[in-house]
Design a protein around this ligand. Structure first.
Ligand SMILES: Nc1ncnc2c1ncn2[C@@H]1O[C@H](COP(=O)(O)OP(=O)(O)OP(=O)(O)O)[C@@H](O)[C@H]1O
Ligand SMILES: [Mg+2]
Length: 393
């Protein structure tokens, strides 16, 4: 069983690449299900056919499913939904609005994750491919289960995805206390999240594949996503640079863009190596229909098996010490780096600039929660690892 998540900023090609991967997997003989939580029904548009909330056959071994969060929550998590409804109703919000809130991407993503457990247990498919929503927050939902400790039967964590939704209205309303039924339903959710956690942290089963376009901003975002995933122990096995302008383009217009892309690609290669990076060229038209999606799959994977685990990275190690915290990051680029030039806190991340063979590389290291209130002590490179220590103030 393989579970492959695709993530990246809006418009980088998640839906196209997830669909092309799905087709290719099916071609290789895997019974494959593509799960989309994109509320825009992109998958239906891509394949030019209806895609329902239950597995819809696209080709002999390829199925797609469009998550319908409102229906799902109602059918399977009704009690929780009742709680949410009561939450909003208590302040006289009308039901249409409540349903609109329930359909926010964060909930959709969460439901898509619970679907993964469902299909994992049913053992109907050999491969699940997930096309996620564009917001960077979507990833939090993947991480959420990995954050569950052994004493997780606490309300705050179980309803977290829903609570996040509730936050929208928090400034205006007080939150009603959940009923007993809600709590017992939450415990079911917890059990599901546990299974999900096990699945997501298993490097042989789950891979996160990160997509960017070769532009500085997109690459920076990718570095952050990459490290955040590693912080939570989720294996990123492949990076994909999409919409790369083909070699053959030589007019002044295309050449300008090619230079920008070349620099961004060099930065990505320096930073992510040895993580494999695949490039996908910018096609002449938007990608639509089976034939073009197949062509994308061929260009990306050729004769390879897309289900293989392309890379197994080491997670970020966090060690609590008496006076503080030590974080060890085995940065792919660290072996080519000479020294740390600049360390700076940016929100909840640490921005670290290092000098390397190819000039300066900047990484964003997301910090574990307990480091937020501590003071940065020092950062240094040691045996291909970046060592950061924090002390309690
Ligand atoms: N390699 C490519 N060549 C040409 N067009 C592409 C390529 N990759 C993606 N596109 C086009 O870019 C647009 C965005 O792609 P896609 O919908 O897959 O992105 P996405 O990351 O899923 O977006 P969203 O964040 O909105 O869900 C689509 O019109 C798609 O056809
Ligand atoms: Mg999409």
């Amino acid at each position: 069983m393989r579970v492959i998540f695709y993530t990246g900023k809006g418009g980088v090609g998640k839906s196209v690449i997830a669909s092309a991967t799905g087709l290719k997997l099916a071609e290789k003989g895997y019974e494959t299900l593509l799960i989309s939580s994109d509320p825009a029904h992109t998958i239906a548009n891509l394949f030019e056919t209806d895609v329902y909330h239950t597995p819809t056959r696209i080709t002999e071994k390829f199925w797609a499913l469009q998550v319908d969060p409102v229906r799902e929550v109602k059918e399977n998590y009704g009690v929780l939904q009742d709680y949410m409804l009561s939450l909003f109703r208590s302040e006289g919000l009308d039901e249409v609005l409540v349903y609109a809130i329930a359909a926010l991407p964060v909930t959709t993503e969460f439901v898509a994750l619970l679907k993964v457990v469902e299909f994992m247990e049913s053992q109907t498919y050999a491969a699940l491919v997930l096309d996620t929503v564009p917001s960077g927050d979507a990833l939090k939902n993947i991480y959420l289960p990995t954050l569950l400790g052994s004493n997780a039967e606490k309300l705050i964590k179980l309803v977290a995805p829903f609570a996040q939704v509730a936050k929208v209205a928090e400034p205006i309303i007080g939150i009603p206390t959940p009923s007993k039924e809600v709590i017992s339903e939450d415990i079911k959710v917890i059990a599901l999240l546990r299974k999900l956690k096990k699945l997501i942290l298993d490097q042989r089963i789950t891979s996160l594949r990160i997509i960017a376009t070769p532009e500085p901003f997109s690459i920076q975002n990718l570095k952050r996503t990459y490290l955040l995933a590693r912080l939570y122990g989720i294996n990123v096995d492949l990076a994909i640079m999409n919409k790369v302008i083909p070699e053959a383009v030589s007019d002044a217009y295309g050449t300008g863009w090619k230079h920008v892309q070349e620099r961004a690609l060099a930065d990505a290669e320096a930073t992510f190596q040895p993580l494999p990076i695949k490039k996908l060229r910018l096609f002449q038209t938007p990608i639509k229909g089976h034939a073009l999606l197949s062509a994308v799959g061929d260009e990306l994977f050729g004769a390879e098996d897309p289900a293989q685990v392309y890379f197994e990275g080491k997670p970020v190690k966090v060690k609590e010490e008496d006076g503080g915290l030590e974080i060890r990051v085995s940065l792919p680029s660290a072996s080519t780096c000479k020294e740390v030039c600049e360390v700076e806190r940016v929100g909840e991340d640490l921005s670290v600039v290092m000098s390397s063979d190819v000039g300066e590389v900047r990484n964003f290291i997301p910090l574990p929660r307990n480091a937020h209130t501590m003071k940065l002590n020092k950062a240094k490179l040691l045996d291909g690892e970046l060592l950061i220590s924090f002390i309690k103030e």
